[in-house]
Every structure is written in C-alpha cells, then in structure tokens.
Design a protein around this ligand. Structure first.
Ligand code: PGA
Length: 253
C-alpha cells in the first residue's frame, strides 16, 4: 500500500453531547499520536467548538455534518459556513443520504452547498450513493454520475484539489450489510473516471474517495487494501471509542 494516506472519518450523526465529545477525544488522543492517517470526526453542531479546542494541534480534525448554502439569513434552525468555520470545523459532510432522503436535499441544493463550503475554505466531503432499488434496476452508475456532475458543476480544477467524495450506498448505511470490497472498488473506479472527465486525470484522478456503509473492524481491512478506496466514513462503529480505535489501528496496515 506504500505511503498512501488513509482517511478514517467518524460520523456521529445525532449522538453525543459536548461533554461526551470532549471525553471521547481526550481518550482518543493517545491512540492517534503515531498515525500517518487522517483521523476526522463529524460531530453535532453543538460539539464543534469544544471538540475543536480539544483537538487543536493534534492529529484529529473536527467537522460538521451539514451546512446551509447561504452565509446568513432567515433560515430558522440552519447553520452557515462562517459559523462552522469560527467554531473550528475544517470539513463538512454534504449530501449525506440521510439529508437527501429524510430532509429532501436535492442535487441542486447540494451543489450550492459545495460551492459555499469551498468559498468558506471548509473541505466538503461530498456524499453520494444509490438506493437498493436503483442498484437492482441497473441505474447505479447513472445515479452516481448525476450526483457527482450536478454537485460539482462549476467547481474549478484548483478547487477540486480541496474536495473529498464519499461513496455510501444507501442500502449499506446502518444496515449491517456493507458492500463487498469488490463492489465498492468497482464503483470507486467509476467515480474516479467521472472526476477525471470533470477535472482532468491528474486532479480528478487524485480526489480521495472514501467508502461508507456498515464499516466495522471485521470488514475495514478489505476496503482499505483496494487501490481506489482512500479511506472510510464510519457511522455506528465510530460511536464506541474502543471500536473506533480498532478501526484506526486496522487502517494503519
Ligand atoms: P454506518 O453509517 O457506518 O452506521 O452504516 C455510515 C454513514 O452514514 O456515514
């Protein structure tokens, strides 16, 4: 595998208070001192400031799970990029399937969010993925291409250097039924070809693509050893500190 850097990203979803977050990070720090890989935690909005303070100057990056596309305005209950930036978020998950399916986020809206994050200097982690129905109907590539092309329309080559894509098949999220490494690798290769079409082989081909969906200590090594899988986005298994530490250890190899 050489010296390739691997992202291990925890997505806590709507779990843990600020106090839990600080406690978790304190206990996680001794385990990440030596790691070459990039350890990231997407925490609830309310924990970003304290978590960032705790993680400052360490190997852990703190990010958000969503962001509005406007910088401010009458959007009750929403959070803007400058607020996230000030709180210490260095990255933001955009277009997570739960946002798309539960909160009706469209490709066009996600496109505006990606642009806003890039303008604010917050690294967007663009999440894409097909539903089981779409996969069974043979539409996987078409769906993913549309998600990528729409969200990334107008993104420049230099901006594309500050972008991460996460492939998360909807049928694998929180179901315990992860994709096989082979299926994921095949899809990652396809996404890489779309990114190369958009941004050229050097930049598009260089975008990190993470796999997410029921990643666990039992299956993580299989994903990481694939050539086109640059890391993992982990929901459920990131909530338990010991399990997340195990994942980080397994990604070192
Ligand atoms: P999961 O979630 O690991 O619990 O399947 C992944 C995600 O939603 O990012």
């Amino acid at each position: 595998m050489g010296k390739r850097k691997i992202y291990v990203v925890g997505n806590w979803k709507m779990h843990k208070t600020s106090r839990d977050a600080v406690d978790y990070i304190e206990k996680l720090l001794p385990h990440v001192k030596e790691t070459e890989n990039l350890i990231c935690l997407a925490v609830p909005f309310t924990s970003i400031a304290l978590a960032s303070e705790k993680a400052e100057g360490t190997r852990i990056a703190i990010g958000a799970q969503n962001m509005h596309d406007a910088t401010e305005g009458a959007f009750t209950g929403e959070i803007a990029g400058p607020m996230l930036k000030e709180a210490g978020a260095s990255f933001v998950l955009l277009g997570h399937s739960e946002r798309r399916h539960i909160f009706q986020e469209t490709n066009e809206w996600i496109h505006r969010k990606v642009h806003r994050a890039l303008q604010e200097g917050i690294l967007p982690v663009l999440c894409i993925g097909e539903t089981l129905e779409e996969r069974l109907e043979g539409q996987t590539e078409e769906v993913l291409k549309k998600q990528l092309v729409t969200a990334l329309e107008g993104v420049s080559e230099s901006q594309a250097e500050h972008l991460i894509v996460a492939y998360e098949p909807v049928w694998a999220i929180g179901t315990g039924k992860a994709a096989t490494p082979l299926i994921a690798e095949e899809v990652h290769l396809f996404c890489r070809s779309v990114l190369s079409e958009l941004f050229g082989k050097k930049i598009g081909g260089g975008v990190s693509i993470l796999y997410g969906g029921s990643v666990s200590p039992q299956n993580v090594a299989g994903f990481i050893k694939e050539k086109n899988i640059d890391g993992v986005l982990v929901g459920g298994a990131s909530l338990n500190l010991a399990t997340f530490v195990q994942l980080i250890e397994l990604c070192k190899k």
